[in-house]
Design a protein around this ligand. Structure first.
Ligand code: ZN
Ligand code: ZN
Length: 291
């Protein structure tokens, strides 16, 4: 079975257990397909890190690059943006009219996507806000469409950069060793080892299982978790020291393939529960846009 078939099958088995997610997964599953297909067309030069700089990064336990240094294949990302607008107008009622509007504006060449993409990489929220006002499309929708379109380029860069990590000791930090962004989800592999998944570049890295992944606090009365009886594969870890939460997927309890981005979406109810308890996770904010 190829990746796309596996993705479809996995999405199907999730919607069989939790039918409430059917609509949202029908949309995202297509988005992931478009992203997966666009990966094949991406052409980018490698990001080079000079040996001296690499040593400094290693010594100071810094991520390899700043997110602004990711390269974007503009042609592919623009096509992906149009494809995602199409999908949203067909499959995501909540996003449909804005998606149609953006596609129309783009095809009339009334705006250029490069500044939007660059604003996402550089976290220039002001630029995104200006676009949002100009088009009368909510900030979070614009940044979701933009991010989903550049995500394959970001992933391609991250995969290329992984070779630099091979020569470095594992940091086991609460931020991505490639781009410094927070994890959006954690998982326990078949050996019970905990790994984190980057909310921005999709890199996966190993982390200590004990204590908070973010602030490393490991005091007994500060670390809690909750889970729902009927969902044995998920656990949500809560830290009273930094007030953040992380969802943990236990792959040993799961009889479907693991696609982090799919499980992220299929566990939005856990984010809601954690937030109701007063905890946050900045890595999951983008997923709060409900199609
Ligand atoms: Zn990352
Ligand atoms: Zn913490």
């Amino acid at each position: 079975m190829n990746t796309l078939e596996q993705l479809n099958k996995t999405a199907e088995s999730i919607t069989n257990i939790r039918p409430a997610y059917r609509e949202i997964l029908d949309f995202y599953k297509e988005v992931f397909r478009v992203q997966e297909e666009s990966l094949k067309d991406i052409q980018l030069p490698p990001i080079i890190i000079e040996p001296d700089l690499l040593k400094i990064k290693q010594k100071n336990e810094l991520p390899l690059i700043d997110p602004s240094e990711f390269l974007i294949d503009l042609k592919t990302a623009t096509r992906t943006f149009l494809d995602i607008c199409d999908l949203a107008s067909r499959l995501a009622p909540g996003l449909s009219s804005n998606a149609q509007f953006l596609k129309k504006t783009l095809s009339e060449q009334a705006f250029d996507l490069e500044p939007l993409f660059s604003a996402i990489l550089n976290r220039h929220d002001k630029v995104l806000q200006d676009h949002s006002l100009l088009f009368d499309v909510p900030f979070n929708e614009l940044s979701l469409f933009g991010y989903l379109s550049i995500a394959p380029s970001i992933r391609a860069c991250a995969e290329q950069l992984e070779s630099y990590l091979a020569s470095m000791p594992e940091l086991q930090k609460g931020y991505c060793p490639i781009c410094g962004n927070p994890p959006d989800i954690a998982f326990l592999n078949q050996e019970g080892q905990q790994h984190l998944h980057c909310s921005f570049c999709c890199h996966k890295w190993k982390s200590e299982r004990m204590g908070c992944v973010y602030c490393k606090n490991n005091e007994k009365d500060m670390q809690h978790y909750f889970f729902n009886e009927e969902e044995k594969e998920y656990r949500v870890k809560l830290c009273d020291h930094c007030r953040r939460f992380i969802k943990v997927v236990d792959l040993r309890q799961m009889n479907r393939d693991f696609f982090p981005n799919l499980e992220m979406i299929a566990t939005l109810h856990l984010d809601i529960q954690a937030k109701e308890k007063g905890y946050t996770n900045e890595g999951t904010e983008r997923n709060e846009v409900y199609p």
